[in-house]
Ligand binder design. Sequence first.
Ligand SMILES: Cc1ncc(COP(=O)(O)O)c(C=O)c1O
Length: 348
Amino acid sequence: MFNINNILRENIKRLVPYSSARDEYQGEASVFLDANENAFGSPLEQSYNRYPDPLQIEVKKRLSGIKGVPIRNIFLGNGSDEAIDILYRSFCNPGVDNVILVPPTYGMYQVSANINDVAIRNVPLTADFQLNLEGIAEAIDKHTKMIFVCSPNNPTGNSINRADVETLLANFEGLVVVDEAYINFSRQRSFIQELTEYGNLVVLQTLSKAWGLAGLRVGMAFASEEIIEVMNKVKPPYNINEASQQLALQALANIEQVNAWIKETLIQRDKLVLGLKNFEFVEDIYPSDANFILVKTADPKGIYNYLVQQGIIVRDRSKVELCAGCLRVTIGTPAENEILLNTLQDYK
Ligand SMILES: Cc1ncc(COP(=O)(O)O)c(C=O)c1O
């Protein structure tokens, strides 16, 4: 059985979190002389002289309505990258604990592990980009605190078999972190609905992809109340700035626009795949549940450099495990995709 106390770091159990000025009073107030802010305002049209809500309650209320998850089960980070880092800092003892990564996958799980001096046990995906459950079972020991599963996976684009993730959730006594950054583009449903079933589940999502707000840096973690409490204790007090909170709140009221873009992205994804298949140098295009495709080519470096010369940037993933020959291409606007296809016509 999963028990958070078995995996939480001792120093985090004992941690007394920073108490901000606004945490320390109750009731209504109109004169705030407690936080050493500039009482006059900001040298801008809009004022940002007050510290933002540390727990971002208004944004979470709206997210709660959209996602069907209570506020107490939502953590907001400065991008989901911050949530990843906070998970390491909360649960992994530097120099002692380890995590399981399943490459090829999103690079920040590794970078964050390295920053936090946490050992990595790599269990590569199978040739069809699915979990090697036996390999994972063998790699787990008493110091294994987390397994990161990215679904749909970056850079391969496919979703991970649901039953395999459920096997991990049911059997692993640490955290299973399911990164759903690209879930809005996927045919599979989110794991968010499984939060009541599995105490060791953390689902990561972000406003950076389908929601079109990468510049605001707002990421989400959904998990049990006890995990969210730990993450809130460990995070910097004001980790989402006031401008980002206000703009996220406005954007979250505009879900129709986002849904229309998602639909268009899926249409464009199919079109781009069809277009790319015509080129001799394209050897394979892997099925994608995301807003990008992984394209296997005969000459990744040559094509990459040619495109750069033409002012088009794709991601060269050819040095990544299981991705020899591969370029990762984000689905652009119809005009951008057309420019890409037209430009490739002239590639020799
Ligand atoms: C799988 C995955 N997770 C997380 C992130 C980071 O998201 P954020 O912008 O919320 O930090 C990315 C960004 O590319 C990603 O591909």
